[in-house]
Write a protein that binds this ligand. Structure first.
Ligand code: AHR
Length: 669
């Protein structure tokens, strides 16, 4: 939905005294309305839209342990050069002992000979990214039939095999399973390309079995089994405070058996079978519990751990009581893995996995969107988890995923225990976000705090457009203004692989293909908000802000039902703002959203300010067309532009560009 539909009936001016005059944005610099929560802006993540596999997790081989499709070796093909001939099949009769590697790929290279190679090729996640002067770490398990096989040639080459970008040889494969490694380094002068494949081949006839075939490019902080540097950089630049993981629906799974299996995501990759996820593709679980925690460590942010709470998407639930106890125990073990000393059972496991130091953890979320559990079991389930967690870890804060507050700030159940926080989710169009930007202004200031654990303006696809960024920014002004109540927030979904078939959920924050990544206008709006913020929310008011009249869409009639009456029109403001101040430096950060297609000049009244510097900075994100967005081919079409803001004083006028988000950084002398 865009600004053009549903119908905007017209622009009006609210509040009579300044009708047709410039609107006034009043900021009382002497009055602190709230303290800004240091955890206000964070990240939410789950395996959706190829977020990890084919996304942040840097592994380049798709279906590396051959479990993605039980019928055929998906993403693998036979290579038969110059009349060489062979065949590939899945084989379950040759498991690698003491591992999760139970299905392997059998290469019958009986038709191979000198100059006639036969091999296996993997097409990666929409290609294997090849860049100049890059070293890749290849590894695989292999065994040969009876006599030794070799040498094997390992390489990255163009999809048609016509050009080899990097290759290495593994001298000999024995007749028992062993792990082999090779380093592949590209030349300085090759152009970047994803029209490539990974190949292991032989020129000697015989049979070879393969398992856990892996290829890693350089990773962020050079972590083994690590993350893509370009995407991590985008995340670091958002200056987030925390990471909510592992979901979302991905935590819950479609069924209890397919919930996030944290124990099976630990340790060596050969011990991880992966699991079917609710977002319609199998997860490799290369991004396991420790990798999530190391991701936080790399960004210097806190984990916010969501634990499975006995409800799955297709409606299965576990009744509170004895049957829930194993799930409670499992969650306590999971928490122990995160924060237990290495003298504890699960702390020792973490140390064995390579991280002796406990991680910092403050927040544990009990489930995900348990309001969808119509059995009414969440009250009992929450209570049982809450009591067990608080008994063992009294310092942890427990987040409820159901309940929350209504628009008058009244709490709805959880009845039996008082959660420390409620998680609330909002997915809307831009008008709905703008219409509700004052959502938290009148919330009750007592009782549990709010965690807006998922929110997004859903306009634009695969990543959001400028209009979505306007809705997002309007919504963020409301969260920031009320960050005594909204102590944490995170947008969802975070990632999307933009290749055909990569997206399960439209309108995402960061897009990528195998080679490059980019932020949407929504990404830049969040970055602007998060990196320009003080510790005090200043008291604000306004006069004369124009409104636009919006006709919300009419609900579709059910079969046989008369057409429903259109809902009443709404008067939606056109300017949104929030002001914070850094108490030590005195800098004021004024964020203003102009949601309409004409420039708006506003008077900025910094009541009580005596020492405003005449020149500050304006950071502006805007686009003439609200439907415009960034993309792989135009990654920086809409980005923040920093300029000098002159003429600052306790009362000054500023013209806000059409369709814009502006941060005025106002220093004080
Ligand atoms: O963000 C996509 C999905 O939306 C999440 O998995 C779920 O929690 C919500 O319904």
């Amino acid at each position: 939905m865009t600004k053009l539909a549903p119908v905007i009936i017209g622009l009006l001016y609210s509040l009579a005294p300044f009708a047709s005059a410039e609107p006034v944005l009043k900021i009382d610099t002497t009055k602190v309305a709230a303290h800004v929560s240091p955890m206000l802006y964070g990240l939410m993540t789950e395996e959706i839209n190829y977020s990890y596999d084919g996304g942040l997790y840097a592994e380049l081989i798709q279906n590396r342990i051959f479990k993605d499709d039980a019928r055929s070796p998906a993403h693998w093909s036979i290579v038969q050069d110059k009349d060489g001939s062979g065949a590939i099949t899945l084989d379950e009769s040759q498991p690698v002992a003491n591992s999760a590697l139970t299905t392997c790929l059998k290469l019958d290279a009986s038709g191979a000979s000198k100059g006639h190679r036969v091999g296996v090729a993997n097409d990666g996640y929409w290609g294997i990214p090849v860049t100049p002067k890059t070293s890749y770490r290849a590894s695989f398990y292999a065994k040969a039939d009876g006599a030794a096989q070799g040498p094997l040639t390992v390489g990255i080459e163009s999809s048609d095999g016509g050009k080899v970008f990097a290759s290495a040889q593994v001298a000999q494969i024995t007749s028992t399973w062993q792990k082999y490694t090779a380093t592949l380094t590209t030349e300085d002068d090759i152009p970047p390309s994803a029209a490539s494949r990974f190949v292991i081949s032989t020129e000697k006839p015989g049979k070879v079995w393969f398992n856990l075939v892996s290829l890693f490019p350089p990773t962020y902080h050079d972590r083994p089994n690590g993350n893509r540097p370009d995407i991590m950089k985008l995340l670091a630049e958002m200056k987030p405070a925390f990471l909510r993981f592992p979901g979302g629906n991905y935590l819950e799974g479609d069924t209890i058996d397919t919930r996030f299996p944290w124990k099976a995501t630990l340790g060596d990759l050969s011990q991880r079978p992966g699991h079917p996820s609710c977002w319609r593709y199998r997860s490799s679980d290369g991004m396991g519990l420790l990798e999530f925690l190391e991701w936080c460590e790399d960004l210097k942010i806190e984990p916010l751990l969501a634990i499975y709470a006995g409800y799955s998407l297709k409606g299965d639930h576990i009744e509170p009581g004895a049957t829930l106890q194993p799930f409670i125990d499992e969650s306590l073990e999971e928490i122990e893995y995160v924060i237990g000393e290495k003298t504890t059972k699960w702390g020792a496991q973490r140390a064995k996995d390579g991280h002796p130091e406990p991680f910092k953890l403050t927040y544990v979320e009990i489930g995900n969107e348990d309001g969808f559990d119509k059995s009414g079991s969440y009250d009992g389930r929450f209570t049982q988890f809450y009591d067990a967690i608080k008994a063992k870890y009294p310092g942890l804060q427990c987040i409820s995923t159901a309940g929350g507050k209504d628009s008058l700030g009244r709490r709805t159940p959880i009845k039996s225990r008082t959660p420390d926080l409620f998680d609330e989710h909002y997915y809307r169009n831009a008008f709905e976000m703008e219409d509700d930007a004052a959502h938290y202004d009148n919330y009750s200031r007592t009782g549990p705090k709010t965690f807006v654990g998922e929110w997004a303006t859903r306009e634009g696809s695969p990543t959001t457009n400028m209009n979505a960024a306007l809705g997002d920014a309007a919504w963020m002004t409301g969260m920031e203004r009320n960050s005594d109540v909204v102590v944490m927030s995170c947008y969802a979904p975070l990632f999307v692989n933009v290749n055909p078939g990569g997206m399960q959920w439209k309108s995402d924050l960061i897009g990528y293909n195998a080679l490059t990544s980019y932020g949407s206008p929504s990404y830049y709006a969040q970055k602007m908000f998060s990196e320009n913020i003080g510790d005090l929310v200043l008291s604000t008011g306004s006069e004369g802000i124009a409104v636009q009249t919006w006709q919300p869409p009419t609900r579709k009639a059910k079969t046989g039902e008369p057409s429903p009456t259109p809902p009443p029109t709404k008067q939606v403001p056109t300017l949104f703002f929030v002001a914070t101040k850094a108490s030590e430096k005195g800098t004021i950060y004024l964020k203003v959203v102009n949601a309409i297609g004409s420039a708006q000049t506003a008077k900025i009244d910094l009541t009580g300010a005596t020492n405003i510097a005449p020149e500050g900075t304006a950071i502006t994100l805007s686009s003439a067309k609200p439907d415009d967005s960034n993309s792989i081919s135009e990654p920086k079409k809409i980005i923040p532009v920093t300029t000098k803001a002159a003429g600052l004083s306790p009362q000054f006028s500023y013209t806000f560009t059409p369709y814009s988000v502006t941060v005025l950084v106002i220093p004080s002398r």
